[in-house]
Design a protein around this ligand. Structure first.
Ligand code: KDG
Ligand code: MG
Length: 403
């Protein structure tokens, strides 16, 4: 028995906002979990403070599954990103506690290492194709085995995935959401050229990925997948919004380019049809937005039956706590595919000291008991929360579109 004595939410902004839950026990051991939901951070903080924390006090921190079920079924209002991020934070913190009490890294509790490390992909973003390729070369030089290529589209002022910063990509900004313009036809003409030139310059020994960011219809996505077939992508991500899971049938009928989806999914129910009908190849659900390690394992177990592999979301809005949890999960899960990795800023890394490391394109969670990540609360307190929004997107005639 490790009785939960207190829990609190820590909101900090070391370059961007993060919400962290810290759970303390009467065993003198604490655990932390990430609860960051980009652009809606305080909704999760309030859900935790006002509704979840009172239910945790006095419970046995060892009973991870029971607490998960209690929070999921007990809310009556199931699923959704706010609820599932809050449950995820509790779940991560409990696994952290269990690992610390056992004196083992969490991956050992999940069955041990199933591989030497987790292959990650980096982000090569450029305002044009030449700049994207230049940045991709930098990843190759650092030993990365996989790179995502995104480039500015001629005729569009701003494009998803492209930022002025060299290694960081941070789309959330202050005051009100930025509005950007989108043209499917300009984009569809441009992307095959990006990959043709990308393959020419980078060769065939590197995995190349691309994120469409939900901008196409299924038939357009089928066309793009077909146009990209000669360049053998590792995956085409979020080709179309996935609320209509059956929509992916149309894409599948037209292309053999592997498909990834799910960074905004909050539970296995968002992916059930996609997985069971083998409409995707990689599931991108993450530890923080999909109910923690406990629920992500359930999603991965279903996916494994259908040869769908994991490819967890890992943008900078997922804190180092999520990254540590993702790597403990990724190292141990049988059907691991790849892990996204966007470097955090030095300020973020200082607030969240961590044991994970990158070497030769593979990441390892380290061997510290628990998740292998901590929070420096005194430092975190110096960075006050700043409201920030993700952008919105419109077609050139003003119609609202998916960002
Ligand atoms: O918060 C939103 C970002 O995490 C998202 O836009 C990044 O699409 C993304 C990705 O693939 O990392
Ligand atoms: Mg994405």
């Amino acid at each position: 028995m490790a009785r939960i004595t207190s829990a609190r939410v820590i909101v900090t902004c070391p370059g961007r906002n993060f919400v962290t839950l810290k759970i303390e026990t009467d065993e003198g051991v604490y655990g932390i979990g990430d609860a960051t939901l980009n652009g809606r951070e305080l909704a999760v903080a309030s859900y935790l403070e006002d509704h979840v924390i009172p239910c945790l006090i006095g419970r046995d921190a060892h009973r991870i599954e029971d607490i998960w079920q209690y929070l999921y079924k007990g809310a009556y209002w199931r699923r959704g990103p706010v609820t599932m991020s809050a449950i995820a934070a509790v779940d991560m913190a409990l696994w952290d506690i269990k690992g610390k009490l056992a004196g083992l890294p969490v991956y050992q509790l999940l069955g041990g290492a199933a591989r030497e490390g987790c292959m990650v992909y980096g982000h090569a973003n450029g305002s044009d194709i030449a700049e994207t390729i230049e940045r991709a070369h930098e990843y190759l030089e650092q030993g990365y085995k996989a790179v995502r290529l995104q480039s500015g589209v001629p005729g569009l002022a701003a494009t998803y995935g492209v930022s002025g910063e060299r290694f960081y990509y941070e789309p959330a900004k202050g005051s009100l959401p930025d509005e950007t313009l989108w043209s499917t036809s300009k984009y569809m003409r441009h992307v095959p050229e990006l990959f043709a030139r990308g393959r020419d310059a980078l060769g065939w020994d590197i995995h190349l990925l691309h994120d469409v960011h939900h901008r196409l219809t299924p038939i357009e996505a089928g066309r793009l997948g077909k146009d990209l077939e000669p360049y053998r992508l590792f995956w085409l991500e979020d080709a179309t919004p996935a609320e209509n899971q059956a929509g992916f049938r149309l894409i599948r009928q037209h292309t053999t380019t592997p498909l990834a989806v799910g960074e905004i999914f909050s539970s296995v129910w968002d992916a059930k049809q996609l997985i069971e009908e083998q409409l995707i190849d990689y599931i991108r659900a993450t530890v923080v937005h999909a109910g923690g390690i406990t629920h992500l394992r359930r999603i991965a177990a279903l996916a494994d039956l259908y040869q769908v592999r994991t490819g967890c979301h890992g943008a900078t809005d997922l804190s180092p706590v999520s990254m540590a949890a993702a790597l403990n999960f990724g190292l141990s899960v049988p059907n691991f595919g790849i892990q996204e990795y966007m470097r955090h800023t030095a300020e973020t890394d200082e607030v969240f000291p961590h044991a994970y490391s990158l070497s030769n394109g593979l990441m390892h969670p380290g061997d510290k008991p628990g998740l292998g990540v901590d929070i420096d609360e005194a430092l975190a307190a110096k960075y006050e929360y700043k409201r920030a929004y993700l952008p919105v997107n419109r077609l050139e005639d003003g119609t609202m579109w998916s960002w």
